[in-house]
Design a protein around this ligand. Structure first.
Ligand SMILES: Cc1cc2nc3c(=O)[nH]c(=O)nc-3n(C[C@H](O)[C@H](O)[C@H](O)COP(=O)(O)O)c2cc1C
Length: 181
């Protein structure tokens, strides 16, 4: 069975990122996939120390909640990464997770798996290029290159993305496509 992993970078409970991810994972599950959701702000993750102990081993020496994130990242067949834009980039919580995947970058994993990213922003004119570049770089490093993007500008208040029927439909379709293996 296909395993779809969703990583929510937003610290806001029931926020726009979480709402889109719920929709994608619900759809993936309905299409027969196993699903796992990670809310980064629920985890105890510290930043990369740049010790480079992982250079040879591919393993991180820091002992925290990243241990379980590595395990599911490597096991998942498909990955969905969701984040709000915070000053052009992802949230600091998600950035810590990304940087801690330097050990997986060192493993030079094959780019064989599927990936999708979804990003929300309050500004209707938001430039998504910086965050897309960063999230794509991360996804390549963990063996889940990004095959599709859902970018939703103009959503500010908690959960208001639910009123954007087009975005919700696209999230549902992304979940279904990733579930198809
Ligand atoms: C610290 C911080 C920085 C933000 N920076 C931006 C920004 O640069 N551009 C933008 O359009 N929205 C920005 N926002 C607004 C969020 O991207 C927006 O409210 C989004 O819908 C939040 O998603 P969430 O509900 O998933 O947390 C920022 C919000 C916060 C809290």
């Amino acid at each position: 069975m296909v395993l779809v992993l969703g990583i929510n970078g937003s610290p806001r409970k029931d926020g726009n990122s979480g709402t889109l991810l719920d929709e994608a994972l619900r759809s993936a599950s309905e299409c027969g996939a196993d699903i796992i959701r990670i809310d980064v702000s629920d985890l105890d993750i510290s930043g990369c120390r740049s010790c480079w102990a992982c250079e040879e081993s591919g393993l991180c020496v820091v002992d925290d909640d990243m241990t379980k994130v590595y395990e599911v990242l490597l096991r998942a067949d498909a990955l969905i990464v969701v984040s709000p834009v915070y000053f052009s980039g992802p949230t600091s919580q998600l950035k810590q997770l990304i940087d801690r995947c330097n050990c997986l970058w060192n493993r030079k994993l094959p780019s064989a798996k599927k990936g999708a990213l979804m990003v929300v922003a309050a500004d209707p004119e938001q430039n998504f290029r910086p965050i897309i570049a960063e999230l794509r770089s991360f996804m390549n490093s963990v063996g889940h290159p990004c095959h599709e993007e859902l970018l939703v500008p103009g959503v500010f208040r908690k959960g208001e993305v639910v009123a954007d029927r087009n975005a919700m439909r696209m999230a549902m379709e992304i979940g279904a496509r990733l579930a198809s293996g």
